[in-house]
Design a protein around this ligand. Structure first.
Ligand code: HAM
Length: 421
């Protein structure tokens, strides 16, 4: 019989120690988002395939190559979310959340699914921390959201991280830029990969983030969006620069940042680090003012970002950020004999009821085996109950580290123990 003990390629198990670190970091980041007025939103793992096709874009790599799509038993085409933004906008529109004073600010901690080639920091099931600010038009929103992202890296003292910003233009200026791109790439059409030949027709901007080596070489000399921006997009970008300078947030303008998803317009940004293999994007985002119109019938200016948690945790490791170990066991109750065992089981429950994490042996081991277990789980205190203790109505709680001992009477053990545990 074939053993079924191997996880699916591109997925990872987070064993308890890793899981607790992960949750610790996630909670800190969520707290930072709270200080900027973001509240958590929790959405389904799968959505109608059409939602991602129309928002992330029919020509993006995510939609054409990477989605986990399946038909359910009623023959609906569904897709495991490859990202969080489309679902958030869908929920915002579905629940009529635009009928109030805006913006609405949401954050999420989610799993995402993309069929990519797994490598360090790239998985098929991965985690994102993301924020979306819906109903904010002014550039101050772009500045605020970038400063939120920046605060996360600051808080964790991440050193080798670079903020890159760009504008990818709006519906006024982008058509001219697209035209210039088509003219340029048509001259080099023979060197383009097959995918990019199709992209040239359908969405030439997507050629700019093609990973094919030959295409990448061509992209280096392609026209730059910054030379085609309209007055509004130029002014927005320079206002953003002023706000960032004012907040003393370092950045560089990088016209090669185009983002891989189709819903963006205007300001886009990425936080890039050289510490996870090749220069790699840990966090990316920007404005997506037309997404609401692509999937609904409302015009909602919006922006956001998402950060890959696996990549962020790799960065924390590189930067030697100390994640405290979880305290797992305040008290271990060992027993000798049947009556003490029943007593210990009841007592353990009473302690747990008081919020004290308490463990007892579940394998009916002799005292020596129970002690080994207490040391293995790094219990902080030990209480041994035998026939004598039951008879005398008292026992000794020992602090395993300091060796300090204190006698406690069973009739008020909970309140007495509270002082020492
Ligand atoms: P994205 O750039 O596709 O943007 O993904 C954001 C981050 O998710 C990346 O910077 C990276 O850290 C992480 N990531 C992406 N793919 C993988 C993978 N296969 N394995 C591990 N980590 C990965 C978005 O998803 C947009 N929804 C961001 C956004 C929110 N824009 C506006 N609002």
């Amino acid at each position: 019989m074939k053993l079924l003990t191997k996880a699916v390629k591109g997925t990872v198990d987070l064993l308890p120690e890793e899981a607790s670190k992960f949750r610790f970091v996630e909670a800190l980041i969520s707290d930072i988002a709270n200080t900027f007025g973001y509240r958590e939103i929790m959405l389904p793992v799968f959505e109608h395939t059409e939602l991602f096709a129309r928002s992330v874009g029919e020509t993006s790599d995510v939609v054409t190559k990477e989605m986990y799509t399946f038909n359910d038993k009623s023959d609906r085409s569904l897709t495991l979310r490859p990202e969080g933004t489309a679902g958030v906008m869908r929920a915002f529109l579905e629940h009529g959340l635009f009928n109030q004073i805006l913006p609405e600010k949401y954050f999420y901690n989610i799993t995402c699914y993309r069929y990519e080639r797994p490598q360090t920091g790239r998985l098929r099931e991965f985690h994102q921390f993301g924020v979306e600010c819906l109903g904010a038009e002014d550039v101050s929103a772009d500045a605020e959201i970038i400063s939120l992202a920046n605060s996360i890296f600051d808080y964790f003292d991440i050193e080798d991280i670079e903020l890159r910003i760009n504008s990818i233009g709006c519906s006024d200026c982008r058509p001219n830029y697209k035209k210039a791109l088509v003219e340029y790439f048509e001259k080099h059409i023979d060197s383009l990969c097959d995918d990019c030949k199709t992209r040239l027709d359908k969405n030439p901007l997507r050629i700019l983030d093609c990973k094919n080596h030959e295409c990448e070489k061509l992209v280096k000399d392609a026209p730059k969006i910054t030379d085609y921006l309209c007055e509004k997009c130029k002014t927005d970008l320079s206002s953003l620069e002023r706000y960032l300078q004012n907040m003393e947030i370092d950045y560089i303008i990088d016209s090669s940042i185009v983002r891989g998803l189709d819903y963006y317009n205007g300001v886009v940004f990425e936080f890039v680090s050289g510490e996870i293999g090749a220069k790699s994007t840990v966090l990316g985002g920007g404005r997506y003012d037309s997404l609401s119109c692509a999937i609904g019938d409302k015009q909602i200016p919006a922006l956001g970002f998402a950060m890959g948690m696996e990549r962020f945790l790799l960065l924390l490791k590189e930067n030697k950020f100390e994640i405290p170990k979880e305290d797992e066991c305040d008290l271990f109750i060992a027993y000798i004999g049947e009556e003490p065992k029943a007593f210990a089981i009841k007592l353990a429950n009473d302690f747990r009821g008081q919020g004290i994490s308490t463990q007892i042996d579940l394998n009916a081991r002799a005292l020596k085996g129970q002690m080994k277990l207490a040391y293995k789980i790094e219990a902080k205190n030990l209480l041994v109950i035998g026939e004598d203790e039951i008879k005398q109505g008292k026992a000794t709680i020992k602090n395993i580290q300091t060796k300090e001992e204190r006698e406690v009477a069973f009739h008020n053990i909970l309140s007495e123990a509270m002082d020492i545990l």
